[in-house]
Design a protein around this ligand. Structure first.
Ligand code: BMA
Length: 758
């Protein structure tokens, strides 16, 4: 946990020549020294925040580790119990003298009554919002009492769900809280309760800068236009000045005439000869340090610093001869998106930390990722996550946190959703890695394809009202928040845009192709189900054996062990993994469970290889492949390529070839060879194609001249290869492909004809 100094002088001096006698804006952290009590339980813990109850109970030795053994059911009571956080604190002298003092909770999970010195301030009901309250008149110098009372989460949610008519598909729909914590097909039901983000007091006189951020409107190597967004709050009418700079260069100097109140101001900033930010493997990731100062009568009242990168990003969604093209352009260059879906890194959300995120995202970068989709059933990632993505060149497809259900549509819910969206859009806008905003995960898919109308008994009127509510939120409120507070990021209402059972899912928009896992079709079907942008597909495997040993806590491991079942959250998961091992490795006789676990990973890797090869070799018809899922939120059997403890599965190792900038693939139907290049430069080289026996002895060789443009995908016919392979026992050979340019090896691949030998 980050410890903050109790008093941070925020606007002490903007530059060396500016003399500021006293800071105008001061902050006092209220993170330390809380008491957490469990009402009727005899629990009384000293805690710091950010933290959640589950974490504190574990850290105080009151519950077992929530990720190990078979403890889930023993821990479900926690979210159905009331909890109280209390803090006694003194107010720093500087702060108390300020004309304006605000109490700020950066995040409360989820329902809580907050009071100060016996006075009720507000009822929090959204995990994803900050809560701010003017407390100037309530504060005293000594012994203030801040109380945060969490009523029973489960009971509140249930009552509000039961009240909602027509019935909604999922209980979690009524709460603005991370959906995955209510149980998912890879997650236990750990509904966190607590103060999960920092708490502080902010004091200021006259005016302050609440927020400052910049977005790129247009940019090339000569000239960039950025829009600077400012949120200013001023207690008196007046003339103010805003100075924007980067390094020693002043970019803008503006006068603002502001009446008392809160203002969102927008103005352009120009940068000559900008260093453009590029996604991983398309170029460098230069970041600019921006500084914005708010001045009055030549005094600096407040200042903000932030980093940003300069790049343009476009979502192309336009009709073509087949349907609608769907792809992204960065700095005007079409980009083939390679990556995965990202889920929260922990079930206990306050255990997410920057070191682990850095490790995980480096592992993604090492496998040539240029994009992650932050899936809508989790939480909005921290600033750390986005800072890391900025520095590694990993673009983020960011879902709003809505997934797999229809939502309430009353005024209060929609207003809550609007505030949440605006805050999140503003928080993330400066990050060059933030690519687009998407309404959420599998909501329109569910509405049109999952039969809720029948299963929940909606009348025609109910259906209309629910759909109108959907339109308000996903077609109106969310895109409006993006347009107003960002103005550059594209908005895509739903991922996928069409359900995987519908033909249009392969000719337009993005598709979650789940026919293999959910439909139990063979891996080879991936070759036919290539969409314009495959934003989800996947197959399960067990995590690393060392991970299973950790969770087993001494229990003997086997496919049927209780602990293994407790860490498999998909109803058919164990059986389906087994089916595919038998289908693709019919002769394998694993000598023990450890070997069986490894086979599950080989099977997953084999299936994903078929999918990725099909997607990439279909470029530019297909312009993106994001598999399900990069990571795990706890140790679990799942679709991930990296397990909870950071172990790479076989699949992730293989991505180093499958996602490489140049992929060589053998078309098993006609034995042509694809050279698929995502390089920003042309290729002038030689493709050598060899057929080898399983000992590596070369039986056939042919060379082909390769001349290709940047970013091109081309299929080559290899003289004699087809005839040779047609007369060969394919189980006894593999094909070795190598692309060389001069003396250097650009790409290499070994292609086998069945799963067994790989
Ligand atoms: C996808 C995701 C998740 C789920 C996964 C595997 O569609 O959106 O909801 O965990 O399927 O079933």
């Amino acid at each position: 946990m980050k410890k903050l100094f109790p008093l941070i002088l925020l606007a002490f001096a903007f530059s060396a020549c500016q003399q500021v006698e006293k800071p105008n804006v001061v902050m006092q952290s209220l993170n330390q020294g809380w008491t957490l009590t469990g009402d009727t339980l005899d629990i009384n813990m000293q805690v710091d925040v950010p933290s959640v109850v589950q974490q504190s109970l574990y850290e105080n030795g009151l519950i077992p580790h929530p990720y190990l053994g078979t403890v889930e059911n023993q821990l479900l009571w926690i979210s159905d119990h009331p909890w109280d956080y209390t803090l006694h604190f003194d107010v720093d002298k500087y702060l108390l003298e300020k004309e304006n003092v605000e109490l700020v909770f950066e995040g409360i999970d989820t329902y809580a009554d907050v009071s100060l010195n016996g006075e009720k301030l507000f009822f929090a009901d959204n995990q994803f919002r900050t809560w701010k309250y003017d407390v100037k008149d309530l504060l005293k110098k000594r012994d203030n009492l801040l109380e945060v009372h969490f009523p029973r989460y489960d009971s509140i949610q249930l009552a509000s769900y039961e009240q909602h008519k027509p019935q909604l598909p999922e209980k979690y729909a009524v709460s603005r809280k991370a959906p995955y914590q209510h149980g998912w097909d890879w997650a236990p039901k750990y509904k966190n309760v607590g103060i999960w983000k920092p708490v502080k007091l902010m004091g200021w006189n006259e005016a302050r800068l609440e927020d400052a951020y910049a977005v790129t409107c247009s940019a090339d190597s000569v000239h960039a236009v950025l829009t600077l967004h400012l949120d200013v709050e001023n207690a008196t009418d007046g003339e103010y000045e805003v100075i924007v700079s980067t390094g020693s260069t002043t970019l803008a100097n503006r006068s603002l005439s502001l009446s008392k109140g809160r203002h969102h101001k927008v103005f352009p900033v120009f940068i000559q000869d900008p260093q453009l930010w590029w996604p991983n493997e398309m170029g460098e990731q230069p970041l600019y340090d921006f500084e914005v100062a708010l001045k009055k009568d030549n005094r600096v009242l407040d200042s903000k610093k932030f980093k940003s990168g300069i790049r343009t990003f476009e979502m192309v969604d336009e009709p073509d001869s087949i349907g609608r093209a769907f792809y992204f352009k960065v700095n005007g260059v079409p980009m083939y998106a390679k990556g995965a879906n990202y889920v929260p890194e922990e079930m206990i959300e306050t255990w997410i930390n920057a070191d682990n995120t850095l490790r995980l995202l480096r592992q993604a970068k090492d496998a040539h990722f240029n994009m992650l989709r932050v899936w809508g059933g989790g939480i909005y990632p921290s600033d750390d996550f986005f800072n890391i993505c900025d520095s590694l060149g990993i673009l983020v497809w960011q879902d709003f946190m809505y997934a797999g259900t229809m939502y309430p549509y009353d005024e209060a819910f929609l207003e809550n959703a609007r505030i949440e969206a605006e805050e999140q859009v503003r928080r993330l806008a400066s990050h060059p890695s933030l690519a687009l905003w998407c309404g959420g995960n599998e909501i329109s898919e569910g509405y049109y394809n999952w039969g809720w109308q029948q299963s929940l008994g909606w009348s025609e009127e109910d259906d209309k009202a629910i759909k109108a509510g959907y339109d308000k939120l996903f077609e109106n409120i969310l895109p409006q928040a993006v347009a107003q507070f960002d103005g550059t990021r594209p908005y895509w209402p739903s991922s996928p845009s069409k359900g995987w059972g519908r033909p249009e899912s392969l000719t337009e928009g993005d598709v979650h192709y789940w026919g293999v896992w959910w439909g139990e079709q063979p891996y080879e079907v991936y070759r036919e189900k290539v969409g314009r942008f495959n934003s989800e597909y996947g197959y399960q495997s067990y995590p690393d054996y060392s991970t299973l040993l950790k969770i087993a806590q001494g229990e003997e491991l086997s496919k049927d062990a209780e602990v293994i079942a407790a860490h498999q959250k998909h109803a058919r998961g164990t059986r389906q993994i087994d089916d595919f091992i038998k289908r693709y490795y019919p002769n394998a006789q694993p000598k023990d469970f450890e070997e069986y676990v490894h086979l599950s990973q080989l099977s997953q890797a084999y299936g994903m290889e078929i999918a990725i090869e099909a997607h990439r070799t279909a470029k530019p018809y297909n312009m993106g492949t994001l598999y399900w899922q990069l990571n795990d939120a706890w140790p679990v059997t799942s679709w991930s390529s990296i397990d909870y403890y950071g172990n790479l599965k076989v699949f992730h190792e293989r991505l180093k070839t499958l996602y490489a900038p140049v992929l060589l693939s053998l078309d098993k139907k006609d034995y042509g060879v694809f050279v698929t290049s995502d390089l920003m430069r042309d290729i002038d080289g030689t493709l050598s194609v060899a057929v080898c026996d399983l000992e590596g002895q070369q039986l056939f060789e042919q060379k082909v001249k390769v001349e290709m443009d940047a970013n091109e995908n081309r299929k080559y016919t290899v003289e004699g290869l087809r005839d040779y392979l047609r007369n060969t026992d394919l189980q006894k050979v593999y094909v070795k492909l190598q692309l060389t340019e001069g003396d250097s090896l650009t790409a290499e691949r070994k292609c086998y004809f069945s799963a067994f030998f790989e």
